[in-house]
Design a protein around this ligand. Structure first.
Ligand code: AMP
Length: 148
């Protein structure tokens, strides 16, 4: 039988599991939608964090939100991409974790979200916790246990 011991998945801390801010594709609140769409398309991610110049976290923006915001009655109004900015269409109500929160809290949020943004006490963006990083850690633990 596989059992999780303290000190294994749930004993790890968020900083050990997160993708650090400098490796996370992101956009700025005042970037136009054309730039945001470029970042999303080039990175291949469906949504990325939105930050301000002080690296504080403001929300998330996705390709679906951008496309929805330029839908006209009869056509897609691509010319609006360069006029509108990210903060006009981003999602401001997003799941967030403090860097000192527990991995259990992260696990709970990841049931409904593919990734969760992590910030410090000053709301400065520290990185993201993804389903992949939790599953990788769990997979390693299970493989170790089955060798015992
Ligand atoms: P994954 O679990 O690796 O498939 O990632 C889930 C989601 O997290 C992706 O669809 C992205 O929206 C986001 N994500 C993962 N890695 C990054 C990254 N380096 N930069 C920005 N977003 C990311």
């Amino acid at each position: 039988m596989i059992s999780l011991q303290k000190g294994e998945l749930l004993g790890t801390t968020l900083p050990e599991l997160i993708i650090p801010a400098e490796r996370v594709a992101h956009v700025q609140v005042r970037n136009n939608l054309e730039h945001a769409l470029l970042v999303l398309t080039k990175s291949g991610y469906t949504a990325v964090p939105v930050l301000d110049p002080k690296y504080q976290l403001h929300g998330l923006i996705s390709t679906t939100q951008i496309m929805d915001s330029i839908l006209g009655l009869e056509r897609i109004e691509f010319e609006r991409l360069e006029k509108m900015v990210v903060e006009d269409v981003m999602n401001k109500i997003i799941p967030r974790l403090n860097v000192n929160d527990s991995v259990e809290n992260g696990l709970e949020l990841l049931v409904d979200h593919p990734f969760v943004c992590i910030e410090n006490d000053e709301h400065v963006f520290e990185g993201i916790l993804t389903r992949r990083s939790i599953l990788e850690r769990l997979n390693t633990q299970i493989k170790k246990q089955s060798k015992r």
